[in-house]
Design a protein around this ligand. Structure first.
Ligand code: MG
Length: 384
């Protein structure tokens, strides 16, 4: 039978060295609070039964925002030290009495499901198991004055990460003993277990599973997220007879229609070109030639879905889509949110990653004369 595994996510630190004036676990990383990545990792892992966050008193509103819509256990309040915070998390799990517990530091947002797999496997085989990576720098032991005392053999050294995996009953007992002995200074759970006289096994960690502490760490992590690119697109369609226009996948009643080979949706066409621009992958006309009868009257959402698939095929991720519509009429404002939601749905994005703006051209030019509608679009996409 598979073990019942709980994950404790530590987010009780007060560290503000990362900048931004809030504890680092709530700083945005790739558009979401850092702690949310760890919560999502464990929630999405089939081997984990419960995710128990530990937060600092006073951070409830920050945590509520960070964990919105995530089915994690109600957070418990941490203590003055890391050790006290873990103990609080372990005590909250008493009613559940899991077989295994993984303890993870939310400052390590790049842990992967594969690492969690290894933690569960190693924790099932050994009472205590921790992820470790070989040390590439030579490490020196120095005295208070900075003078080198010894140079330990690098081959025997490991840098240790989280999640660390423990038999739950053993770890909570070790914590109780440490608390009874007045010890509150262990910097990780493995050290506490070692103090309690148990053996601790290592398993392969992940060099990408770094800890983010300073503002520089965040900047480096953000830069390492990939090749951030922007692309632009522009499209125009002329008015003709009709009773509605298609803008951003929404039919808007109007005294005129737009003429074009497909449904003449200038907004979606501009977006498609912006996305293809990021990929340096031709333009809408090269993928959907107007000369090809199969695109006659086509609904343009399929063009946008195609461009979005091209991004996914390259391993990319759309960060933001931005459109400006230029026309004297119809009025866009009343339809703005519907257009945003429709574009977001087609592109499989959160609506807050889609912006739709509108302007007139003050009566000037072809849009000013009411001869047609123009749209400008910009896509911001992260490629690997
Ligand atoms: Mg067009």
């Amino acid at each position: 039978m598979a073990p019942r595994v709980a994950a404790i996510v530590l987010a009780a630190g007060r560290g503000v060295r990362s900048g931004g004036g809030i504890p680092k676990q709530y700083r945005l990383l790739d558009g979401e609070p850092m702690v949310r990545r760890s919560l999502r990792l464990f929630l999405g892992h089939g081997g984990i039964s419960v995710v128990q966050p530990v937060i600092a008193a006073g951070d409830e509103p920050l945590f509520e925002t960070a964990a919105a819509d995530l089915a994690v256990a109600a957070p418990v309040m941490g203590g003055a030290t890391r050790q006290a915070s873990v103990f609080a998390g372990l005590q909250a799990l008493v009613p559940l009495a899991p077989d295994l517990v993984l303890v993870h530091d939310s400052a390590r947002p790049f842990a992967t499901a594969e690492l969690v797999d290894r933690a569960i496997a190693a924790g099932s085989a050994h009472a205590a198991a921790i992820p470790a990576v070989a040390v590439t720098d030579t490490i020196k032991s120095v005295d208070a004055g900075g003078r080198v005392v010894t140079t330990p053999d690098r081959a025997t050294l490991r840098a240790v990460q989280t999640p660390q995996a423990f038999r739950y009953s053993m770890l909570i007992e070790a914590h109780r003993r440490a608390a009874a002995a007045g010890r509150d200074d262990f910097t990780d759970d493995a050290a506490l277990v070692e103090w309690a006289g148990k053996s601790v096994m290592t398993f392969p960690g992940d060099p990408q599973n770094v800890k983010l502490t300073t503002a520089e760490d965040f900047a480096r992590a953000q830069a390492a997220q990939g090749d951030m690119r922007t692309g632009m697109g522009f499209d125009v369609h002329a008015f003709s007879d009709g009773d509605h226009v298609m803008l951003g996948g929404i039919a808007i009643a109007h005294s005129r229609g737009l003429t074009g080979h497909s449904d003449a949706d200038v907004v979606l066409h501009a977006l498609v070109d912006a996305i293809l621009g990021v990929l340096a992958d031709g333009d809408i006309g090269s993928h959907f030639p107007p000369s090809d009868p199969q695109w006659r009257g086509a609904s343009s959402d399929r063009f946008l879905a195609f461009a979005v698939q091209r991004v996914a095929a390259r391993g990319g991720r759309i960060a933001h889509l931005d459109v400006t519509i230029v026309c004297e009429a119809p009025k866009i404002g009343p339809h703005r949110d519907a257009i945003r939601r429709r574009i977001a749905a087609i592109a499989d994005l959160a609506p807050d990653r889609v912006a739709v703006k509108a302007t007139t051209s003050e009566g000037l030019g072809f849009t000013g004369r009411g001869e047609g509608i123009a749209a400008f679009a910009q896509a911001t996409i992260r490629l690997p």
